[in-house]
Design a protein around this ligand. Structure first.
Ligand code: TRP
Length: 357
């Protein structure tokens, strides 16, 4: 029997180069190896955990993310692409799993904590809903939507519903997947062996795990506005590459330049097919006598080589959104059958299938 892959993305924006090297490329390779049964989920319910007031954004980005998937080579004939909210079993599993993980365990999760503080919910006086209960609450996390704090548990439902063995994700997701392990272990211990413990997979190459932003920030991210998107046109790509952070002390062409922290070289390490040429450029740059513009032009060439194909395919697909929704409907139908089967087993294990016999 083939191993199962499950992974996905929150549809809160278009996907960028960080997603591409951090996870999408990996998924396409695994898909094409033919050794796996792949499920790829657009996590719209998870996106709503911090976008409840902005459902239109989530809805629009379901289509955008689907276009990004197809454009990079995820193939609906080989991978099942589906929408999380269309699989009711996932919500029901989440309800059962929520009882297996303590509140403090969820709130102690480093990824969740970082996200909560990035969003300012820990300090925020602003309340999500006008609830007198929340006014009385003196917890640190009081501005955090309850659903957001629980997202790692719903992610455990996503993964276990498909009995996934392998979960290719970005590095920041590792602590979240830890909670899946905990849910599986505790569930199987209490109710009998029902669920499968998955393995999270991040790229082998350390530099691909966390691609820096074009501004030199350690992470490319939508909220920081420092990303290169798979859908960026050539002019946008050019502008971004030309404005990239290099070595601030490298002012004259004749100056000696630094490689470390120089985003242009980090990208060349990750993307350039000719690494011998990159090594040569690095040497020359460090010696002095190589201008930023020359290196940036080479990077532009390298990136456009990759992105022009993706961009072209994406634009073609975007002409027919109805076909994309058809594909998503088919994928969701298939995913539903699998998830419903697992839910049935889970209900039986817990003993809440009352009318079966
Ligand atoms: N949390 C993931 C992200 O932000 C998206 C996601 C939701 C996911 N459910 C998942 C990833 C299940 C892997 C498995 O990127």
């Amino acid at each position: 029997m083939k191993k199962v892959i499950l992974t996905g993305d929150r549809p809160t924006g278009k996907l960028h180069l960080g997603h591409f090297v951090g996870s999408l490329k990996n998924r396409v390779e695994l898909q094409n190896s033919g050794e796996y049964n792949s499920y790829i989920m657009i996590a719209d319910m998870q996106a709503l955990t911090d976008n409840a007031k902005n459902p239109a954004k989530v809805r629009e980005n379901v289509l955008e993310v689907a276009l990004d998937y197809l454009a990079v080579g995820i193939d609906p004939a080989k991978s099942t692409i589906f929408i999380q909210s269309q699989i009711p079993a996932l919500s029901e599993l989440t309800m059962y799993y929520m009882n297996l993980v303590s509140l403090s365990r969820v709130l102690r999760n480093p990824t969740v904590k970082t996200e909560i503080s990035q969003k300012g919910w820990d300090k925020s006086k602003e309340l999500l809903w006008d609830s007198p209960l929340l006014v009385e609450n003196s917890l640190d996390y009081k501005g955090t939507p309850a659903g957001f704090a629980m997202y790692p548990i719903s992610q455990a439902a996503d993964i276990t519903a498909f009995k996934a063995n392998v979960v290719p994700v970005g590095e920041d997701q590792l602590p979240v997947i830890e909670i899946t392990h905990e849910v599986v272990r505790v569930f199987n211990k209490i109710y009998g062996k029902t669920l499968i413990e998955p393995e999270a997979v991040v790229p082998n190459d350390v530099k691909s795990r966390r691609l820096p932003g074009i501004d030199g920030n350690a992470k490319m991210s939508k909220s920081l506005g420092n990303g290169i998107y798979l859908s960026d046109d050539y002019e946008t790509l050019k502008k971004k590459v030309m404005s990239m952070y290099t070595d601030p002390d490298h002012i004259h062409v004749s100056d000696r330049g630094k490689i470390e922290g120089n985003v242009v070289f980090t990208y060349l390490d990750v993307f350039a097919p000719d690494q011998a040429k990159v090594a040569e450029l690095k040497e020359q740059y460090q010696r002095g006598g190589l201008g930023d513009v020359v290196v940036k032009k080479y990077l532009l060439e390298v990136l456009d080589e990759i992105l022009s194909l993706i961009r072209k395919k994406r634009a073609e697909l975007a002409k027919n959104p109805a076909a994309i929704y058809d594909m998503l409907r088919e994928g969701s139908k298939k995913a539903n059958i699998v998830a419903a089967q697992t839910l049935h087993e889970v209900r039986k294990a817990i003993g809440v299938e009352y009318f079966e016999s």
